[in-house]
Design a protein around this ligand. Structure first.
Ligand SMILES: [Zn+2]
Length: 203
């Protein structure tokens, strides 16, 4: 049985620094026919559970703690009995959305998450948020970047807890170390590749 990637899009809002925006978020589900992990938990637990189907949900992996990525993580945990994984550097961001709840397991750079016969390697890529991570699936030839890298360039760094030089350093040292043909599955919008984004940022 080989691992596959399922995808859902949820619609809702993102709020930070007293402003609220309408956003569409990507949800990525990685696994095989029996087990999977969910990457990010925006807006709508039912839509995410539909993508999981009757499989065992092993983990809810949060690329960072902005509210449009963690809003329904506790509801998913409740529904599926799966732990929430988050990098601890995003604690102050998490507390803006879930001040009375905790996540379950700290993510760490270099950690490997095994699911459905494939492996997600955690890359700590601060900048968009201090605890932002990307998840590299070498044998699937792809990386899940959350809001660190989009089609067209780095994620936003204009708000609290963000830093432009830090995100550029993360992208250049961690993501651009991956093969050019690596497909980039982003937190919002279309896919891209590492090679295309390297050419854009350096071009
Ligand atoms: Zn974000």
């Amino acid at each position: 049985m080989s691992a596959r990637i399922d995808h859902a899009v949820t619609s809702g809002t993102f709020s930070l620094d007293g402003e609220t925006f309408d956003v569409d978020n990507n949800v990525w589900v990685v696994g095989d026919d029996t087990e999977c992990v969910v990457i990010d938990a925006p807006h709508d637990a039912a839509a995410i559970l539909a993508a999981v189907g009757d499989r065992t949900l092993k983990a809810i992996v949060c690329t960072h703690a902005h509210d449009d990525h963690v809003r329904v993580a506790p509801a998913l945990r409740e529904a599926a009995g799966a732990p929430i994984l988050l990098h601890p550097d995003d604690q102050p961001v998490w507390e803006l959305t879930h001040p009375d709840l905790l996540w379950d397991v700290d993510l760490a750079d270099g950690q490997r998450i095994e699911v459905g016969g494939t492996t997600l390697e955690v890359l700590h890529t601060p900048g968009h948020a201090p605890g932002a991570v990307c998840l590299y699936a070498a044998d699937l030839g792809c990386v899940f970047t959350g809001d660190t890298l989009f089609q067209g360039g780095p994620g936003a760094t204009g708000r609290s807890f963000s830093d432009r030089p830090t995100i550029e350093e993360s992208i250049r040292t961690r993501l651009f170390a991956l093969p050019d043909e690596t497909v980039v599955h982003t937190g919002h919008g279309a896919d891209t590749t590492i090679g295309a984004e390297r050419a854009l940022l350096d071009g």
